[in-house]
Design a protein around this ligand. Structure first.
Ligand code: PEP
Length: 251
């Protein structure tokens, strides 16, 4: 893992509120990322900005979408299809984000989206995470079941198109991140389940952590939590915080 590029996913959520601001945030983020050597960044703006933000021809920067429909086309008012996203140059799609799950996406829907994104020629960032945890370890059973359901029917050969974002729901938008030791234990647990399921080497599918990452905790989370990178929400909108995170992970 140490020799691999660390991955940062920037989830802008429903921000910023003007295209002008989006262009500024995009170009300042890109400028910083271009200076780095050991990271890859996937920036995921809201749908309306996707075509207007020009992706440089770089192996370090990718365009991501925050969600999509599992349908390809048809009478689905308000939805956006993976085929459309692929056509405009999107390389990664986040599925199963807890904010989308709260609006109704079940594990079965997330599973259909995973299939659809991969079949459309893109990579999928699948978010998993427990809503609460206690000392009984029930969250581990919850995670195992969530992985079984969301990965149903996913072909072993597709593992190169998948990134897992472990995001404990209670740590998203919170005042502090999960502690690094718990991140280490949980990410190892996730890696073992995936390894057993697909019979692939332990670190074949990158596992990221997301949930209240900032410029102060990011390096420790990646080093001590032993994850392959981070999914960053709020702090990806603050150019100073985000560029600090980008620099901190370039080791
Ligand atoms: C997220 O959007 O998935 C997220 C982790 O947000 P934040 O970094 O703001 O907690």
């Amino acid at each position: 893992m140490k020799s691999k590029r660390k991955i940062i996913v920037a989830n802008w959520k429903m921000n910023p509120i003007s295209f002008d601001e989006a262009k500024k945030l995009w170009s300042k983020s890109i400028k910083k990322i271009e200076e780095t050597e050991r990271i890859s960044v996937i920036i995921s703006p809201p749908y309306p900005y996707l075509t207007g933000l020009k992706k440089p021809n770089s192996k370090k920067i990718y365009l991501g979408s925050q969600d999509c429909s599992f349908e390809r086309s048809g009478a689905y008012t308000g939805l956006v299809s993976p085929t459309m996203l692929f056509d405009i140059g999107v390389s990664y799609v986040i599925v199963g984000h807890s904010e989308v799950r709260k609006r109704g996406d079940t594990d079965e829907i997330v599973n259909k989206k995973m299939h659809s994104v991969i079949d459309s020629g893109m990579n999928v960032i699948v978010c998993i995470g427990e809503e609460k945890r206690n000392d009984n370890g029930e969250h581990l059973l919850f995670l195992k079941e969530q992985i079984e359901k969301t990965f149903k029917g996913i072909n072993k050969n597709n593992y190169k198109n998948i990134i897992i974002a472990y995001e404990p729901v209670w740590a998203i938008g919170a005042s502090s991140a999960m502690d690094s030791h718990s991140i280490y234990e949980t990410s190892l647990f996730i890696r073992k389940i995936i390894t057993e399921k697909f019979k692939i080497p332990l670190r074949s599918i990158p596992v990221l952590y997301g949930g209240s990452v900032d410029q102060d905790n990011c390096k420790n989370i990646v080093k001590d939590g032993d994850v392959d990178g981070l999914l960053v929400g709020r702090q990806s909108l603050d150019i100073k915080s985000f560029t600090d995170i980008v620099s901190a992970l370039d080791f």
